[in-house]
Every structure is written in C-alpha cells, then in structure tokens.
Ligand binder design. Structure first.
Ligand code: NAP
Length: 262
C-alpha cells in the first residue's frame, strides 16, 4: 500500500503560518505545530507578545525557525505586507477572530457586526487568498480555519458572531470545492467553550462576567484545540479532515452545559 505520510527532510521543514498567534488557541497552535516539526510564521497585532512567544519556542525547540510579523487581518495593507513577507506556506491556520457582545438582533449595533465580519470572515478570506499561490506550491498544504460551535448552531445572544462564523463555514466549504484535485486540504475546526481571552474580549474587558462563563465546568483549553489542529495537519496526504466539532465533555450544545455549583 502506498505510504502517503508527509515526510520532510531536516532541510525541508514545512512552514506553518498562524494568524492571531499572540494568545489563546493561536499561541498554543504555534507550540503544537513547532513540536510537530514545523517552522513558524506568526502574525497578530500585539507583536510584543509574538516576540515573547517566539523566544520561548526557540529556547525549547532550537531547530524551529520562527518569524513574527505585525498583522491586522481587518486591514488590507497589513495583510498584503504580511503575505509579501512569506516565501513558503505549507500550513495556514486562520485563527484570528472573536466575538463582540451578546446583543439581540433587535438591539444590534451595525459597527459590532461590521467588526465581527471584518475579523472573522474577511480576515480569513484575505489571508487565504494572499497565501493561496504558496499553498498550491506545497507538496501537501493544509488550511485550517478556526470556526466555532457558533458556525454550526445559532444561539440566543449569538447574533453577529453566529452570522460571521456561519459565513466562515460557507467560505471554507466553497474553498474545499474549488481546490478539489489540488494538493491543498481544507478543514474547519469548530470548538465550543475554550478558556482564553475570548470571553474577556467579548464582554469588553469584564473579567468577572468572562469567568462566569466557565464557572463550575471544565472547558476546553487552548492546547486541546491546538492538538486537534496539529493532528489535522499531520494526517497522511490523502486524508482531508473536512470539519471537526470539538466540545468539552461538560457541553453538549452552544448553551447546554453541566455546571457543578458549590
Ligand atoms: P483570544 O485569546 O482572544 O485570541 C484571539 C487572537 O486573535 C489573538 O491572538 C488576537 O491577537 C487575534 N486577533 C484579533 N483581532 C485580530 C486582527 N484584527 N488581526 C489579527 N489578529 C487578530 O481568543 P481565542 O479563543 O484563542 O480565539 C481564537 C479563535 O477561536 C477565534 O477565531 C475565535 O472566534 C475562535 N473560537 C474561540 C472559542 C472560545 O471559546 N475561546 C470558541 C470557538 C471559537 P491581537 O489582539 O494581538 O491582534
């Protein structure tokens, strides 16, 4: 039987590009892919954090080459400059994103919807499009977009975030159709609750409100999702993991969770 495992010589290390690598799932994915033998290109707005992360990774895994770049996926010029600085891409992790608030449709604020679409949807579109030529040049490329359970299941208060992540799902599926027959795999990983800075950002910096989301249950960690990304990217070349819904055991749907109260 043909062995389709992706093998690279030490001089031919695959390069993984990760957006939103300055915290949470993106930072954990940098570690996971570095440990899986990838060199890294890390992008986010907070470049100081990227620098700290890169130094820690290189200190622990010296053979990994890590480069960091300022990236605002909502800014076309920033995405263009980011992509122009990359000469090889074998894995792209479209991770930058987030939610704003939980307002109803009735009370919705255009600017919040606009921002959620810009970062979650157009951000994925811009970076994917910008790196597609390089991905096509790879012996076997993988594009992983971090969606959400919000892409699969509408929920009260989900509003703009639901709509944006549903759009990411549509974009990802169309991309998979468009790349059929080419050596580029396309995957969407949809996590449920993951304890990161996500809820703090969603609630405008309200740490108590964010902490309450995870109270009395064990959410996923950023590392849990990162392991899934690394697993998807290291399957044999003929295997495409199209989508993966990844939930904590304590969560069965967007708003149905099991909490232990003291
Ligand atoms: P997080 O800790 O807040 O990380 C978000 C990352 O996105 C940060 O590195 C941030 O970096 C980056 N980012 C935000 N806006 C950006 C922009 N305009 N340009 C470039 N980077 C930007 O949250 P997380 O949980 O790891 O979120 C990662 C992804 O998982 C998001 O797409 C989120 O929607 C999704 N997700 C999260 C959960 C959850 O419960 N945590 C569940 C399902 C899906 P800078 O601020 O430095 O730019």
């Amino acid at each position: 039987m043909a062995d389709n495992r992706i093998t690279h010589s030490a001089a031919d290390r695959p390069v993984a590009v990760i957006t939103g690598a300055s915290s949470g799932i993106g930072a954990a994915t940098a570690w996971a892919l570095a440990r899986a033998g990838h060199d890294l290109v890390l992008g986010a707005r907070r470049t100081d954090r990227l620098g700290d992360l890169a130094a820690k990774i290189v200190a622990e895994i010296p053979e990994v080459a890590v480069s960091t770049s300022a990236l605002d996926v909502t800014d076309v010029d920033s995405v263009d400059a980011f992509c122009a600085g990359i000469s090889r891409a074998d894995v792209l992790v479209n991770n930058a994103g987030g939610a704003i608030g939980t307002t109803s449709i009735a009370d919705s604020v255009d600017d919040e919807w606009q921002q959620m679409f810009d970062v979650n949807v157009l951000g994925v579109l811009r970076v994917t499009r910008g790196l597609l030529a390089l991905l096509r040049n790879s012996p076997c490329a993988t594009v992983v977009s971090i969606g959400s359970i919000a892409a699969v299941e509408p929920y009260l208060g989900g509003g703009g975030y639901n709509a944006a992540k549903h759009a990411v799902r549509a974009l990802t599926r169309v991309l998979r159709l468009e790349l059929l027959g080419e050596p580029v795999r396309v995957c969407e990983i949809d996590p449920g609750m993951v304890e990161t800075e996500f809820s703090i950002n969603r609630f405008g910096g309200d740490e108590d409100r964010a902490a309450a989301v995870y109270e009395g249950l064990t959410p996923l960690s950023a590392e849990d999702v990162a392991e899934a990304v690394a697993w998807v990217a290291t399957r044999p070349a003929h295997v495409n993991v199209d989508s993966m819904l990844l939930l904590a055991r304590d969560q069965t749907s967007a708003q149905r969770v099991h909490r232990v109260t003291a």
